[in-house]
Design a protein around this ligand. Structure first.
Ligand code: GAR
Length: 222
């Protein structure tokens, strides 16, 4: 069967991109990354893509007069690549409603919190300030409201005594590297459906197949 053609949009170091590259390199993977696109010319993730032999593109937002022409250029590159799914992996540009609608249910994002808690930036500092015991990450379909949309996979981690922002970020990032590959695998295998703005997963009688916790090493990406 033809593999799902995936484009990954990045702005920075690309550690989640690497997790997706590794997932697609797994024998039997139903997904292939056909394009890595960055808005930042110096994004380290571009080197990861090149090292894996994946085509790259840079669409520098500073070269465009506004979001619409920038996104038109991004769409052009995605169309040439034949992308069927777009994964945002540390892509730090807000997208317009028009872009989001064009890719409805074919556009996913990873966010470093258990959404709907801690939308936006500085998620770990805010979680520490609030004294929460658990935090984590969320892979979700993108909607035009920031950090909102049907949830595919969540992974939780504990907040431990003595944690600072860096320690907590590292623990969450490790979980991100399990959650995003799992979400990609479920989507590429055609097991994910959005109904009434909720994600249903075939073959998982319960949502457990899309819920990761730190002691569960049985899922993809562990
Ligand atoms: C990740 O922690 C991701 O969840 C976050 O940026 C980081 C990118 O790291 N994304 C957001 O905050 C989006 N709102 P990476 O470049 O190493 O994958």
């Amino acid at each position: 069967m033809a593999r799902l053609k995936v484009a990954v949009l990045i702005s920075g170091r690309g550690s989640n991109l690497q997790a997706l590259i590794d997932e697609c390199a797994r024998p039997g993977s139903a997904a292939e990354i056909v394009l890595v696109l960055s808005n930042a010319p110096d994004a380290a993730g571009l080197d990861r893509a090149a090292a894996a032999g994946i085509p790259t593109a840079t669409v520098d937002h500073r070269d465009f007069d506004g979001r619409a022409p920038f996104e038109a250029a991004v769409n052009g590159a995605l169309d040439v690549a034949g992308a069927g799914l777009v994964c945002l992996a540390g892509f730090m540009r807000l997208l317009t409603a028009a872009f989001v609608e064009r890719w409805r249910d074919r556009l996913v994002n990873i966010h470093p919190s258990l959404l709907p808690a801690y939308k936006g930036l500085n998620t770990h500092a805010r979680a520490l300030a609030d004294g929460v015991r658990l935090t984590g990450c969320t892979v979700h379909f993108v909607r035009s409201d920031m950090d909102a949309g049907p949830i595919v996979v969540q992974g939780c981690v504990p907040v431990l005594p003595g944690d600072d922002e860096a320690a907590l970020a590292a623990r969450v990032l490790k979980m991100e590297h399990r959650a995003y590959p799992l979400a990609l695998r479920l989507i590429a295998e055609g097991r994910v459906r959005v109904a009434n703005e909720r994600v249903e997963i075939d073959g998982a009688g319960s949502p457990a197949g899309a819920m990761l916790n730190p002691t569960d090493d049985s899922c993809a990406g562990a």
